[in-house]
Design a protein. Structure first.
Length: 77
């Protein structure tokens, strides 16, 4: 599901080196946008999701944390 929506990282691997880049952005951009918005609402309402979001935000940054939560929401749906 996440691959269909383009919410997975682009992989550029060679030999033993594995590099994960930005999201692929394949699929419907409006659906991806709506999932990010829904993930933001879920983060505000559900304490467990809020905890996971803040943990990710401190490690990776706000934008990456939003997309990661949208991916988790898509998989859960």
């Amino acid at each position: 599901m996440a691959s269909y929506l383009g919410l997975i990282p682009l992989e550029d691997s060679s030999g033993n080196r594995r590099r994960l880049g930005h999201i692929t952005k394949q699929g419907n951009s409006m659906l991806r946008f709506l999932l990010v918005e829904a993930a933001q609402v879920t983060v505000r309402r559900v304490p467990e999701w809020r905890r996971q979001y803040f943990h990710l935000m401190l490690r990776r940054g706000r934008k990456i944390a939003k997309v990661a939560m949208a991916r988790r929401l898509a998989i859960r749906l």
